[in-house]
Design a protein around this ligand. Sequence first.
Ligand SMILES: [Fe+2]
Ligand SMILES: [Fe+2]
Length: 282
Amino acid sequence: MTHGKLLALSDQHVAHAENRRITESLRPESEDDWLLVAGDVGEKFEDIAWALKLLSERFSQVVWAPGNHELWTPPSDPVTLRGVARYEALVEMCRGLGVLTPEDPYPVWHGGEAPVTVAPLFVLYDYSFFAPGTGTKEESLRVAHQSGVVCTDEFLLHPDPYPSRDAWCRARVTLTEERLAAVDPRYGTVLVNHYPLVREPTRVLRHPEFAQWCGTELTADWHRRFRAVTVVYGHLHIPRVTAHDGVRFEEVSIGYPREWRSRPSRSPLRQILPRPASGHAG
Ligand SMILES: [Fe+2]
Ligand SMILES: [Fe+2]
């Protein structure tokens, strides 16, 4: 048993100079602390590698789950890989740094009262968090285009060799479900995913049409089925804690400077376990 903590953050978006400085300021509280990084480190391959290298040198173990931004192929990036090939190159880069990814055996964290399996997930989205008043992907996307709320993924997140992002999502759901079903049933889990796994946290989005880029109905019962102690996610840029079926969900995003500047200042690192005494869900 270690005495470290399980800390988390997401949405560092290090292309922004101020967010880069936040990343440079991150330090563990003890040499045993782990850091869960729930995606959107950045867009350019070199930026993502810079941030993960720095964190891997400071924290005892870094665990990464990809966000949509890591999977973009920005026109200005010398790394022109797309889709699955880009994801695999990111995984390879992480392996060189000792950073764990959704492609590695899930590690067990022994710092708390009971061991927990820490599972970084990559399941993407399939547009099934439909826009209000719609019931199919096509209708939902049409409403988004009409209202002008269209995620940049539509232009920069290529699903190659899959025919669509939702097809890639379904493949990821199938293989991830098998991995999670094989976790030792004696252990609870900390599920780390860029998206919230359940739809409820997206209800507070200012633009409800955006929810279709925020997850999939296919994971709606995973927190119950796979014994989650906590679900860690980001992407919404709405940091908060909620409870669903009695399970704690932590949105741990930093977000863009214009977003965090308007919020009360707080530590960019969220303590997941041991659960802070003042922690509450609601
Ligand atoms: Fe983000
Ligand atoms: Fe995101």
